[in-house]
Design a protein around this ligand. Structure first.
Ligand SMILES: [Zn+2]
Length: 610
């Protein structure tokens, strides 16, 4: 039976301490005991962690942080060298907090089994005990527990083991890794509360890839795009990314410091595509939280032992870097929080805030260790297909590395949201954004959007029909139209919600309330009702309106006649011909179609706030 080096060391140490092998407790994890043929279900996972916590009560604590949709207990495990488990006390001690999330896609559970081994090596065998010197290690063994317990041999067609694996989505078939911004699932809401209680310094989300075949077993992505705080981004780019790759490689695994996504599914020579994170993803959410986020993707075609031990090594490597750079990391985070709290300080000035990031056209040639492949025309699909051979293909490929800001906004001092938009406000509250209410009606100048040209995606995506295309769009894709700003003097009733931007979570508010942001409330459909026309004119009433207009307004008459000449569909529709006059009347204006109800505040001064 082959065992991982960490286990071997654990047994060796225990043997030395306890004398005879017969008395040595077996601290192998369930996955190690099966030689990585299987992964434990949730009860067995928790039982192993509880056994460790009982054996090391001064260093390990298990806490519940909420319930899944199906009612299971969400848990975090805390490993702390001196038994200090209170987040405030840990922050005060100057130690950095690492939070690792496992099994958000519950068929991808490598990180869970890696964390069980790591926990054992931190506090039982103590072969890694030094990694707790300046860091407190917190992990979620299984985040998507309901998906994890939907075990089957047929959940992950691309993946090489273990025998049974969980399901990608949660109990209501929502992908939790698309829910961070809109925060609809009970799991997301519980996680956000827990996250803010702990306010970790570094966040990791463990996954397993889909996609092409190659030699690497560990791939990872760390955002250092222009929307990341500058000092953090530089540390990520210059230090963390190269060091993680080097340290993982030194352990005998093979790491690629990027997420391997092809420009062309059937032709790897076309290179690797750009990846940037939107707030619907865990690591995109971290940008709004002013924290570095590491996305780990183990390669699906490697055997389970290779993957779990590879996941172990990248977590070990990150803990090493964090232990060395703890003070630096804490300072970067403090600075990023302070900068975020200044976003509303120069309302509607020159400061541009990035809402979306894209590729700027720059490629970097990167050494790439793939496998030999052939491309053949398939008589089954009618398209090219790729088949890989397990012979190395060591090439240099173009990688789309250059990033630019594709959409931005000038932040206001804050937002004001009429209180009837309860679902929109509720999401901000779920994110722990500081909200205040007006105590009296307030009249003042605000900027307000009017939006048009939206099209809604035909098929549902995460339970919505958003105005963006993309994943799962199939059929008719969504399309975001445009929203134009105008300055107006408006009255907002008492009880309106004011969202000041002089707070740590200002970026969450901006991304949720600016329609142009990729995961805004408007794009997800939370404001769909503003696009509905609610009053209509009867034909005989509009006929009268049209005749009066034609008689009194020669310019309108000319426009109408031009339209009939130029637009056959219009000319052939009696209803459209009458609507032409209704849409140019004050009656239509009162429908307020596309009028965005949120105001952008020029200042917070003079607002009657509680
Ligand atoms: Zn995944």
């Amino acid at each position: 039976m082959k065992l991982c080096p960490a286990f071997f060391a654990a047994v060796l140490l225990s043997s030395l301490t306890l004398g005879t092998a017969a008395q040595t407790p077996d601290w192998r994890t369930p996955a190690e005991i099966s030689n990585y043929r299987t992964t434990p279900d949730y009860a067995e996972t928790v039982a192993y962690i509880e056994r460790i916590a009982n054996a090391a009560p001064g260093q390990v604590k298990i806490e519940n942080f909420g319930k899944t949709g199906e009612g299971r207990d969400l848990k975090i495990v805390i490993a702390s060298k001196d038994g200090v488990f209170d987040p405030a006390a840990i922050h005060a001690s100057g130690r950095a907090i690492l939070l690792v999330q496992n099994s958000i896609h519950a068929g991808e559970m490598d990180g869970k089994d890696a964390c069980l081994s790591l926990l054992r090596d931190l506090v039982i065998s103590k072969v890694r005990k030094d990694l707790l010197e300046h860091v407190v290690f917190v992990f979620i063994p299984v985040y998507n527990i309901d998906g994890h317990e939907r075990r089957s041999a047929y959940n992950r067609i691309n993946q090489n083991g273990p025998e049974l694996a969980g399901w990608r989505a949660n109990g209501s078939n929502q992908n939790l890794n698309r829910d961070y911004m809109k925060a609809e699932a009970p799991e997301t809401r519980a996680l956000l509360k827990m996250f803010h209680r702990w306010l970790p310094d570094f966040f990791v989300d463990d996954h397993v890839t889909d996609g092409m075949d190659y030699q690497y077993d560990v791939t990872f992505g760390l955002d250092a795009t222009p929307d990341v705080a500058p000092a953090t981004a530089q540390w990520i780019r210059d230090t963390v990314t190269p060091e993680l790759a080097a340290r993982v490689n030194a352990s005998g695994h093979l790491a690629f410091p990027g997420l391997i996504d092809l420009n062309d599914d059937t032709d790897p020579t076309q290179g690797l595509s750009f990846s940037g994170d939107q707030p619907r993803y865990s690591t995109g959410q971290m940008i709004l939280e002013n924290r570095p986020g590491l996305l780990v993707e183990l390669h699906m075609l490697k055997d389970y032992k290779t993957r779990v031990t590879g996941n172990y090594e990248i977590l070990r490597a990150l803990l090493e870097v964090m232990n060395r750079d703890a003070a630096k990391l804490i300072a970067f985070n403090r600075e990023a929080d302070a900068d975020a709290a200044k976003l509303g300080a120069h309302p509607l000035g020159n400061q541009k805030f990035p809402l979306a990031i894209g590729w700027n056209g720059e490629n970097t040639p990167v050494p790439f260790r793939g496998y030999q492949f052939t491309r053949t025309l398939s008589e089954i699909s009618g398209a090219m297909w790729v088949s890989y051979r397990h012979e190395p293909w060591n090439a240099t490929l173009p990688m789309a590395t250059g990033a630019k800001v594709t959409t931005s906004t000038t932040p206001p001092a804050g937002y004001i949201v009429p209180q009837q938009w309860v679902h929109v406000i509720d999401v901000l509250a779920a994110h722990d954004v500081t909200l205040r209410r007006t105590t009296a009606p307030w009249t003042g100048k605000v900027e307000r959007y009017r939006c048009s040209g939206m099209q809604w995606q035909g098929r549902p995506f995460e339970g919505h029909h958003p105005t963006f295309g993309g994943e799962g769009s199939g059929g008719q894709p969504g399309r975001y139209g445009q929203c134009a700003l105008a300055t107006e003097t408006l009255t907002f009733p008492a009880g309106s919600v004011v969202v000041p931007l002089d707070q740590r979570l200002s970026k969450v508010a901006i991304h949720w309330l600016e329609p142009d942001a990729p995961d805004s409330a408007l794009r997800w459909g939370f404001f769909d009702s503003i696009f509905e026309q609610k009053e209509y004119g009867e034909a005989y009433v509009l006929e009268k309106l049209a005749r009066e207009n034609l008689a009194q307004n020669p310019a309108l008459k000319a426009e109408f006649e031009r339209r009939i000449q130029a637009d056959p569909l219009f000319a052939a529709s009696p209803r459209a011909r009458l609507e032409f006059f209704y849409e140019r009347s004050p009656w239509f204006q009162e429908n307020r179609v596309g009028q965005y109800p949120v105001g952008r505040l020029l200042s917070l001064d003079g607002l009657p706030l509680e």
